[in-house]
Ligand binder design. Structure first.
Ligand SMILES: Nc1ncnc2c1ncn2[C@@H]1O[C@H](COP(=O)(O)OP(=O)(O)OP(=O)(O)O)[C@@H](O)[C@H]1O
Ligand SMILES: O=P(O)(O)OC[C@H]1O[C@H](OP(=O)(O)OP(=O)(O)O)[C@H](O)[C@@H]1O
Length: 465
């Protein structure tokens, strides 16, 4: 490695951890790493970052490539979508099958390789990036069931899962025909044509490239805007933490998994505290049994106990109602006016942070001067550009170019779905930032009290003199 880049040589002895370099899973993954106190600084355009406080190196890769690197053992850990792992798996099986057909390997060798799997082990479901890989067809068309698509053209980025899906479907069709005594033609080659597309898959039907598509659906807005409807689900997915079969440092893998698990729990649960008469304790703990068990402590008042219990954030409101019904009092789910104000303040700060990031990454330069004369930060300061300005301008320019589904151009659907995601993400970040903001507020309040006290003391002294 005499001529190797310094960053590459410094990878030695470090656990390699692959994270999505862009796309839907990128920001949530970075938030998770921050929560797990994995500290790093990523140099501009460099896809490797050394972690400062642990012997780890982060490798920024496209989500779709992460299963390959982890499966082959070049990288120890990774975060990607379950759908990507399934696609990788289906790809490997297709490869072994092709090798068996070409005589490169025997049927026994194919079975053995398939049983070994892809070398990837799932460590943890991370809970974000949830969506479904669905078969979609035009809303106003002749296709109503997946079987109607046999022999047709299917556009997708998930070619291996699509091939597997239609191979099964075609096999089922032939088996049903055989059972009815009709002539059948079982074949290893599928009749349905799978067309590989790398993005904006929804446009394929309207443009006549495909009869149906297989693509990811979360809110369903992109699908609806493109005039499509779902007719089946191929895979349900969320982001997962994966590891290679033989990681270089298993103890460190366990440490990271434990930290990430902790961050997820903290994001998902809220501590609920209440007082209840001992006679009502059984009913109350039945309503909120906690993650493991509630903590119960006796109160000074005879016959009363205080209970602390972890409750899923999304269920807290109905649980509080139920607890009141069984006689629980002084219920506290930590959402006092101070918490509310600190949440609004956090949301404002998070929005400012993202707004600045959007301007940096998604606005055009306004000045015609070269960047060495007028750096981009000065350009932003002088001209205060708006992010995504090109979306509206492009729409005006291309009113004639009506998008599939007739609801605007492609960039526009993309922009709107992204905006909604952004709002959700900002709210989640605001909840995370809230504790620091609360601390900041407490410091400001203490400082204000001190200032008033000093002023008051000064005024009293002046009046007395
Ligand atoms: N709409 C969505 N909502 C939630 N998760 C999604 C959504 N779309 C994709 N994902 C998840 O994020 C993973 C990466 O998808 P994404 O489209 O962001 O990839 P990418 O690396 O940016 O690739 P591309 O260049 O194709 O956009 C998917 O495999 C899936 O697990
Ligand atoms: O159901 P929805 O919430 O509308 O999300 C679905 C869309 O999100 C993903 O694409 P993405 O926006 O990541 O861009 P891409 O089409 O370039 O992959 C996916 O491929 C769909 O197009």
């Amino acid at each position: 490695m005499a001529n190797a880049l310094p960053i590459v040589t410094s990878l030695e002895g470090r656990l390699l951890f692959a994270v999505p370099k862009k796309g839907r899973l990128n920001q949530a993954t970075l938030n998770l790493l921050e929560g797990a106190d994995i500290q790093f600084r990523r140099e501009n355009r460099l896809d490797i970052a050394l972690v400062k406080n642990l012997p780890i190196a982060l490798i920024f890769l496209p989500a779709a490539d992460i299963p390959t690197f982890v499966g082959e053992g070049q990288v120890d850990l990774g975060i990607t979508g379950y759908d990507q792992v399934q696609e990788h798996d289906a790809g490997l099986r297709a490869l072994y099958k092709a090798r068996r057909f070409s005589g490169e390997i025997t049927p026994e060798e194919e079975t053995e390789r398939n049983s070994k799997g892809s070398g990837i082990e799932t460590v943890l479901d991370l809970g974000f990036g949830g969506c479904k890989l669905q078969v979609q067809v035009p809303e106003k068309g002749n296709y109503n069931s997946p079987k109607d698509l046999i022999g047709k053209n299917i556009g997708t980025s998930f070619v291996h899962l699509a091939q597997k899906y239609f191979a099964n479907l075609e096999w089922e069709e032939e088996a049903a025909k055989e059972a009815n005594g009709a002539p059948v033609q079982f074949s290893d080659k599928i009749q349905t044509k799978i067309i590989e597309l790398s993005g904006s898959v929804e446009a394929a039907c309207a443009l006549g490239v495909a009869d149906g598509i297989i693509d990811l659906v979360e809110s369903g807005e992109t699908m609806k805007a493109a005039g499509l409807k779902p007719i089946d689900t191929v895979v349900e997915t969320t982001a997962i933490l994966i590891k290679s079969r033989n990681p270089s440092n298993p103890a460190l893998v366990d440490l990271i998994a434990a930290r990430i698990r902790g961050v997820i729990t903290a994001q998902k649960y809220v501590l609920c505290q209440y007082n209840v008469e001992r006679s009502g304790l059984a009913a109350a703990t039945k309503i909120a049994p906690g993650k493991r068990a509630p903590t119960v402590t006796s109160l000074e008042e005879d016959g009363w106990v205080a209970v602390s219990v972890m409750v899923e954030k999304k269920k807290i409101a109905p649980i509080m109602d139920e607890l009141t019904k069984v006689g629980a009092t002084d219920i506290l789910a930590i959402m006092t006016p101070v918490h509310f104000i600190s949440f609004l303040l956090s949301l404002y700060l998070v929005d400012c942070r993202y707004h600045d990031k959007r301007i940096q990454e998604h606005s055009e330069r306004y000045s015609r001067l070269p960047s060495w004369l007028l750096p981009s930060w000065l350009d932003r300061l002088l001209f205060s550009p708006h992010p995504y300005g090109w979306v509206d301008r492009k729409k005006k320019q291309s009113d004639a170019a009506v998008a599939p589904g007739g609801t605007g151009n492609g960039e526009r659907w993309y922009y709107h779905t992204k905006q909604k995601k952004l709002m959700k993400m900002e709210t989640a970040d605001a909840f995370e930032m809230q504790r620091s903001v609360l601390l900041g507020l407490a410091v400001v309040v203490l400082f204000a009290i001190w200032v008033f006290w000093r002023l008051g003391a000064g005024v009293v002294a002046w009046l007395a003199s």
